[in-house]
Write a protein that binds this ligand. Structure first.
Ligand code: GTP
Ligand code: MG
Length: 138
């Protein structure tokens, strides 16, 4: 069965949107296999965001992800990797379509990094890699 790693990033947790976001995942018919509130470490974030190292938003992104707890979630279901990315909407919350998590609940705050509420793995390989980072005991 396919699985993905979803993160409710610190902005989503801080704004009290964790329940609303998980509700949308469950309403779509996906199953929550694990949910844990995690205060990320710099090492975890360096691994998770290795592909973005060197980009101008990298340091602000890591600082943002260290700014508070993140809700780490493993969700399961056929097509869940692409399905959750479609629920999440475009990376830029201003451009994200209404009906999506980022389109309905996110906006630009004029900061150095896009605070776009959620992360979702983008491939089966990323999903397994990222689940190992956020659920190291599994
Ligand atoms: P994730 O699900 O979080 O991985 O989002 P994504 O796959 O839609 O975006 P990507 O992996 O390309 O970027 C990771 C995160 O870096 C994004 O979610 C944003 O928080 C931030 N980010 C990406 N691109 C930009 C950008 O061009 N400008 C700024 N300021 N932040 C960005
Ligand atoms: Mg990504």
């Amino acid at each position: 069965i396919e699985r993905t790693l979803i993160l409710v990033k610190p902005d989503g947790v801080r704004r009290g949107l964790s329940g609303e976001i998980l509700r949308r995942v469950e309403a779509k018919g996906y199953t929550l296999a694990a949910v844990e509130l995690v205060h990320a470490t710099p090492d975890q974030l360096a691994t998770h965001y290795a592909e973005h190292e060197g980009k101008p938003f990298y340091a602000p992104l890591v600082d943002f992800m260290l700014s508070g707890p993140t809700l780490a979630v493993i969700a399961e279901g056929d097509g869940v990797i692409a399905g959750f990315r479609s629920l999440a909407g475009a990376t830029d919350p201003t451009a994200a379509a209404p009906g999506t998590i980022r389109g309905d609940l996110g906006r630009d705050w004029g900061l150095k990094v896009q605070q776009n509420l959620v992360h979702g793995s983008d491939s089966p390989e990323s999903a397994e890699r990222e689940i190992g980072i956020w659920f190291p005991q599994s």
